[in-house]
Write a protein that binds this ligand. Structure first.
Ligand SMILES: Nc1ncnc2c1ncn2[C@@H]1O[C@H](COP(=O)(O)OP(=O)(O)OP(=O)(O)O)[C@@H](O)[C@H]1O
Length: 317
């Protein structure tokens, strides 16, 4: 491990601050359909019935940060997502569960812009993001982590944290060579570095800042993955199996961090196979089966649904 320099010293803040003002995103193109438009009958302009609304998203969700409607994604002859509709309450920890092959990861990928859905719509913060590129989705404040952490092994933890978020000012050649802009770039780098230290402190991995990422344990990599996601200043995080390969002590810590972040206003959508994690930590659960949403509700409601139990027992579980 390399030793810390004075410049590297962490700032006084020990928690990840909510620096972002709540984004008030306006429709970006004229003619774009927003989810509120979708609440209306296209011919009459009248609001659709409650029953319709229930089929599409979720009546119980009053302030949706994410809305998915009739999402469909095929790979050749395989229908991976088959008309999935749901909503995620702002500021909630929501679980997305289902047996193997239910379409959870594909749904994540369609939301995050990794896959372009064949049909259906995705809206974030009330604005349609269907078909946006991953960096556009991330720039709006919706980021995802992967089942297998994607840090760069030959870089240190701090360097991984400092990897420039897209559209950063330093990316322009002119900006980096002209004196005025150089100062601006340096300021921005200082800010990024400070934020990186704060986030590493928050996750209690600041002592690993100078360690190469390849030397971290599986659980520490998961923490780094989450820390990196927070570097982009998101509003919502989608976590794909955050507890896979994490030991019970670290799992407890990771869950504590997720709850602390939720208290600060972040929203979470979590795919996780560990049912205890889902049932004990999520206030709402969405169940997928064969590409569609089978049920959604509180953990108690989901546990009591026989169809859900059957879906699991009929699968590989
Ligand atoms: N890139 C792809 N090409 C072809 N088929 C795919 C691809 N990605 C997913 N599938 C198929 O789509 C279906 C849904 O897969 P997906 O990975 O979304 O399910 P999942 O619910 O995340 O499963 P698991 O819990 O096992 O990770 C599966 O039948 C899978 O084989």
């Amino acid at each position: 491990m390399r030793s810390q320099t004075a410049d590297d010293l962490p700032s006084e803040a020990t928690t990840v601050r909510m620096r972002r003002a709540r984004r008030t995103i306006q429709p970006r193109r004229t003619g774009v359909t927003t989810m509120s438009d979708l609440e209306r009958d296209p011919d009459t302009g009248a609001a659709r019935s409650e029953g319709d609304a229930d089929d599409r998203t979720d009546r119980a969700v009053e302030d949706a940060v994410l809305e998915v409607e009739d999402l469909e994604k095929r790979f050749g002859g395989i229908v991976a997502v088959d008309g999935a509709s749901f909503a995620v309450e702002r500021g909630s920890i929501t679980g997305l569960i289902g047996p193997n092959g239910a379409g959870k990861s594909t749904t994540f990928n369609c939301i995050a812009g990794v896959h372009r859905p064949d049909s259906g719509r995705v809206a974030f913060d009330g604005e349609e993001i269907t078909g946006d590129e991953p960096h556009q989705v991330a720039n709006r404040g919706l980021v995802r982590t992967f089942q297998i952490a994607r840090e760069l092994p030959e870089m240190t933890v701090l360097e991984n944290m400092m990897l420039a978020p897209k559209g950063q000012r330093g990316e322009s050649l002119w900006r980096s060579v002209l004196p005025y802009f150089r100062d601006e770039v340096l300021d921005q780098e200082r800010e990024l570095r400070e934020r990186a230290w704060e986030t590493l402190e928050f996750f209690e991995i600041d002592h690993l800042a100078e360690e190469y990422a390849k030397n971290l344990s599986g659980g520490q990599r998961k923490l780094l993955e989450l820390a990196r996601a927070l570097q982009t200043d998101p509003e919502m995080l989608m976590l794909d199996e955050p507890m896979a390969g994490v030991n019970p002590t670290l799992e407890k810590k990771l869950l504590e961090h997720i709850h602390q972040l939720r208290e600060q206003g972040y929203s979470f959508l979590i795919v996780e196979h560990d049912m205890d994690v889902i049932m004990n930590n999520c206030e709402r659960v969405i169940v997928m089966h064969q590409g569609a949403v089978l049920d959604r509700g509180s953990p108690a409601e989901i546990k009591a649904n026989e169809q859900v139990i059957e879906a699991y027992l009929g699968g590989e579980v």
